[in-house]
Design a protein around this ligand. Structure first.
Ligand code: ZN
Length: 407
């Protein structure tokens, strides 16, 4: 499936890009290699409720990483999936008496236009699960041949028996989270409550596809691993990709299981780094589908909110900090964007050379966007009181390239 339109990335002349520091969920703050190639797989949406501000904040975080790596001269191999067949999607379609394909297609289109409006760099491929059955089936066959699967009724499960000791929390807690996030720990007959389903045999007329594992559809974790390995395992490297990313709600079980599944299938590690973006709440409450308090990017856009103001508002918090959205945040962001735009419109502004170097340093320092935006506001004020150079074009291009803010 096509991604969304390309976003122009202006070069920042003469800039020096230090290695990017990021907080790896397994290893703390790490410095990324300055390799010529950088492969990143970001877990995409399940298209029945797109794009709320939690999604947007997550994709903005990985957009900053992609921008930085490209500006540093790396060749970016960026793939993202769309989980366009999954229980919540089927349930929503049934509830609304709508075909699941129509629901998935309209929400995916909305997601693409939201990402485009927010100036997120598109992936080389936005890969739908329903377009990927062949490659997922061959990945599952690899797991099966290596002896990691077992059959239960019409379904196939992946056994966690070999790596129980690596589960990063007490087992009872892991089981609770597994159940909250789509797992079926209580199903009778499983080898272990945490074994994830790999192939779901067709039930009750749900959609399915023929395969060597019967008529049905793949489980969630194996979809991402199969797609990532198919598109990004070009050199037989170990680990296979440089970075897997997503929201912090994917740390367990999704990314943990993905890593184990790839290891079992290939005998190699999946990702060198795992990076996760924090959650966005609304007015003091967690923003969630069950609470029905999601704020959608498309709704804000249809209310004539400037997408650059939404982007500024989301970047005003740090990507690893759970934070709150509120209408006040949007008002503040609009005011701050206006201040910077007003400075950029001047014929003479405060000096920018040091500012650009500092902004690059802020992003290199674990995507410290709050500090970067604060610097821009100080510069905007200085430009009003002490304009000395004709360099507003230079800073305008730099903040567009680094922060994705076209002001
Ligand atoms: Zn995923």
């Amino acid at each position: 499936m096509s991604s969304w339109p390309k976003v122009y990335l202006p070069p920042i002349e003469g800039a020096v890009f230090k290695p990017l520091k990021l907080s790896d969920s397994n290893n703390g703050v790490v410095e990324l290699d300055n390799n010529a190639q950088f492969s990143i797989y970001v877990c995409g949406i399940t298209p029945y409720d797109a794009t709320h501000l939690g999604h947007a904040a997550t994709y903005l975080a990985f957009d900053l990483i992609n921008r930085y790596k490209l500006l540093s001269g790396a060749q970016l191999n960026f793939i993202e999936n769309v989980t366009d067949i999954d229980d919540p999607l089927l349930e929503r379609a049934k509830r609304d008496n709508q075909s699941w394909q129509d629901l998935a297609n309209t929400q995916t289109d909305l997601f693409r236009s939201d990402m485009s409006a927010l100036r997120v760099l598109p992936p080389a491929a936005l890969v739908k699960v329903t377009d990927s059955f062949d490659l997922i089936e061959s990945f599952i066959s690899r797991l099966d041949k290596a002896g990691h699967l077992y059959k239960l009724d019409n379904d196939y499960y992946f056994s966690v028996a070999n790596f129980l000791a690596q589960i990063p929390m007490p087992i009872e807690q892991a089981i609770d989270i597994f159940a909250e996030r789509g797992g079926d720990p209580k199903r009778a007959g499983k080898g272990h409550p945490l074994d994830p389903v790999i192939w779901i045999g067709n039930v009750d007329g749900d959609p399915g596809w023929p395969s060597s594992f019967g008529f049905g559809r793949p489980g969630w974790h194996v979809e991402c691993t199969a797609i990532a390995c198919n598109y990004l395992d070009k050199s037989g490297s170990n680990p296979i990709i440089d970075l897997q990313g997503g929201g912090s709600d994917l740390i367990f079980p999704h990314h943990f299981m993905s890593a184990q599944i790839v290891k079992a299938a290939y005998g190699r590690d999946f990702a060198k780094h795992f990076v996760h973006a924090a959650m966005i709440g609304l007015d003091g409450e967690k923003m969630s589908k069950s609470k029905g308090n999601l704020v959608f990017v498309s709704k804000l856009l249809s209310d004539q909110v400037d997408p650059m103001v939404i982007r500024w508002a989301l970047l005003s918090g740090h990507y690893q900090q759970d934070r709150q959205w509120s209408s006040d945040l949007l008002v503040t962001a609009q005011d701050q964007v206006d201040q910077v735009r007003s400075a950029l419109a001047r014929s003479e502004v405060a000096k920018t050379d040091r500012l650009i170097a500092d902004l690059i340093g802020d992003i290199a320092n674990n995507l410290d966007t709050p500090t970067a935006l604060n610097r821009l506001l100080i510069w905007a004020k200085q430009s009003e009181s002490d304009p000395v150079v004709n360099q507003s074009g230079q800073i305008s291009r730099a903040i567009d390239a680094l922060l994705g803010l076209a002001l």
